[in-house]
Design a binder for this molecule. Sequence first.
Ligand code: FEO
Length: 177
Amino acid sequence: MLSKKMEDALIEHINKEMHSGYLYMSMSAHSTSIGLKGFATWFMVQYHEEMFHAMKIYEYIASRGGKVILAEIESPPESYESPLNMFEKTLAHEQLMTSNINQLMELSIAEKDHATQIFLQWFVSEQVEEEENDNDIIARLKLIGNDSNGLFMVDKELGSRTVVVATDFSKGVTAAA
Ligand code: FEO
């Protein structure tokens, strides 16, 4: 059974993951509106990843006898300065998420909750991958600067990203994964 403190912190984190999804969906919408369909695809795939993260925690809480109570999700911005700005905001957001995961891990250690420590390890590794992806794309966008051909190439490449996580959670994340 989860401690009340641990349960509340995990529930709060579900909201942060769903807000991340909402943020990337807004970046996808913005990308579509400026004709960058590849960027739009990349951010929509990221939206699905965030929902998967949220659902992993949702299912974990239930598996430990807890109950998820959902809160309001913060609105994302309507528009972004540039493709580079979207990825800089994405990286900054993921760094914040990494710090949130680290705080959850510290709490699980303080609570001597070994099961939650093991559960959170997946998220620790996932954050390394997410930050690395964002850093790679930022480096490329900085390299091309204002070159529209370069932007076209990156857009094409980002458009090849496909969803690799479960998206139907009707029978739970574990069953779907
Ligand atoms: Fe689920 Fe991108 O952090």
